[in-house]
Design a protein around this ligand. Structure first.
Ligand SMILES: [Mg+2]
Length: 183
């Protein structure tokens, strides 16, 4: 089972979580007052069917919490408590996020193509990936906050633009860039 939701991530003993000056992992681990930590969300993530080339596969879904705003608030508390806002300016956060993307990349490096669901990965490797993806998201959310971008609403606007740029009827099954389609 992929450890991508908070429930699975909490109890696993992977590599020692690295908490550095800018480490975000504690944001999830130490906020016991948060209603969304330690798998407090009671509903199991719902599953839906994905039609995939004629075969039905189960589509993985996330837990409903924490929301993006929950993550922003938890990381803001983490940063405030450590007096780290002096370091967490937009450019620094951007570089930190790119560094975390590098840490995600390291986990895929030299493996060749990896199939959906990561068959063959150990629980420890999956947990490491969950931690590094979380680091990326935590920094992304804090970067958006410090840049005054309301990220959930910005995502809605961008997805609307993407639907206009790539009408399903025109691009179905094609990986071309939008500039390559004829009008
Ligand atoms: Mg990391």
């Amino acid at each position: 089972m992929m450890a991508t939701n908070g429930k699975d991530a909490c109890g696993l003993k992977g590599d020692e979580p690295s908490v550095s000056l800018n480490g975000g992992n504690e944001a999830f681990a130490n906020k016991s007052h948060s209603p969304v930590v330690h798998g407090a969300a009671t509903e199991a993530p719902c599953r839906s069917k994905l039609q995939n080339g004629g075969t039905e596969a189960e589509r993985f879904t996330f837990s409903p919490e924490p929301t993006v705003e929950d993550i922003r608030r938890m990381q803001a508390e983490f940063t405030d408590e450590r007096d780290w806002n002096q370091f967490h300016q937009p450019r620094n956060l951007l570089l930190a996020m790119v560094g975390e993307v590098g840490e995600v990349s390291e986990l895929f490096q030299w493996r060749g193509e990896v199939a959906e669901g990561l068959p063959g990965w150990t629980e420890s490797e999956r947990e490491q990936l969950a931690q590094e993806l979380s680091d990326v998201m935590i920094y992304l959310v804090e970067l958006a906050e410090k840049c005054r971008v309301d990220l959930p609403q910005a995502v809605l606007r961008k997805m609307a633009l993407n639907r206009l740029k790539y009408p399903a009827s025109k691009v179905h099954g094609s990986a071309k860039k939008y500039t390559e389609y004829e009008d």
